[in-house]
Design a protein around this ligand. Structure first.
Ligand code: ATP
Ligand code: BTN
Length: 243
């Protein structure tokens, strides 16, 4: 299908806009120069200053419900990481389930949302935020370490070039996910997974414990070895910290 594509100067959130848009136009992509209500996981703020970063959403309707849909954020992470590497970015890694990292700092994030229930139509909105040239001033108040793509490439990155490359790879990659599921991305995920074989901290409500990352299962759930046991952790329930 042909990709509908739009660029706005400002919007609340590109994800919100596409969640409210007409599914008959799918696949559709939306970019904004800035967002007034950019969102991360669990309603957290995603800082989205003007012309500094990439704010991109893609609405996609699957003909049927993919068996490994819970692993879609991981597959999208792999696709984004490879697009960034192809732009010459060094040191890219992925932090389960939905973060792009470099040099121990957050480079970007992925937010996948859907309306409607299992069984019916499967329409997802895939939101991607990548820091490109955000300044210290623009980032003031962000509570965790972050990094812009400009620090990882020799030449200054072009947001247009990056957006075009990402959309191209997303269209191919999501079609691959549709046909083959997460299995087609598992090896690539393992190579980029920053927790693989390394110490991690798991935050689960009030509980907090340490373990070793042992990859993910076929559904994209995280496996952590702690106290001699393997735990399978789902992304709704926990936050992961790299030790
Ligand atoms: P989790 O591991 O649970 O996903 P997280 O701390 O990465 O935790 P998210 O909801 O994924 O949380 O991302 C939102 C958080 O990212 C915000 O609370 C803020 O600390 C940080 N943040 C906001 N905007 C940016 C940005 N442009 N770049 C990097 N980090 C940001
Ligand atoms: C995260 O790390 O929690 C995910 C951040 C996702 C940010 C992107 S920017 C484009 C799209 N619109 C939003 O409001 N959020 C996503």
């Amino acid at each position: 299908a042909k990709l509908a594509f739009e660029v706005l100067t400002a919007t609340d959130s590109t994800n919100t806009r596409l969640l409210e848009s007409d599914p008959a136009r799918d696949p559709q992509a939306l970019l904004a120069e800035y967002q007034t209500a950019g969102r991360g996981r669990r309603g957290r703020e995603w800082r989205s200053p003007f012309a500094a970063n990439l704010y991109l959403s893609l609405a996609w309707s699957f003909p049927s419900w993919p068996a490994t849909l819970s692993a879609l954020p991981l597959a999208v992470g792999v696709i984004c990481a490879q697009a960034l590497q192809a732009q010459g970015a060094a040191d890219i890694g992925l932090k389960w389930p939905n973060d792009l990292y470099a040099r121990g700092r957050k480079l970007g994030g992925i937010l996948i949302e859907h309306r409607g229930e299992a069984g019916g139509n499967c329409r997802v909105v895939i939101g991607i935020g990548i820091n490109v040239s955000m300044s210290l001033q623009q980032a003031e108040g962000i509570a965790q370490p972050w990094i812009p793509l400009a620090e990882l490439t020799a030449a200054p990155p072009s947001r247009n070039g990056l957006a075009a490359a990402l959309l191209q790879r997303l269209a191919e990659g999501i079609a691959r996910f549709e046909a083959q599921g997460f299995g087609a991305f598992a090896a690539e995920w393992a190579a980029l997974d920053l927790a693989n074989g390394r110490p991690v901290r798991v935050l689960q409500g009030e509980r907090e414990y340490e373990g070793i990352g042992r990859g993910v299962d076929a559904q994209g759930a995280l496996i952590v070895e702690a106290l001699g046991q393997y735990q399978t952790l789902h992304s709704g329930e926990i936050s992961l910290r790299l030790a």
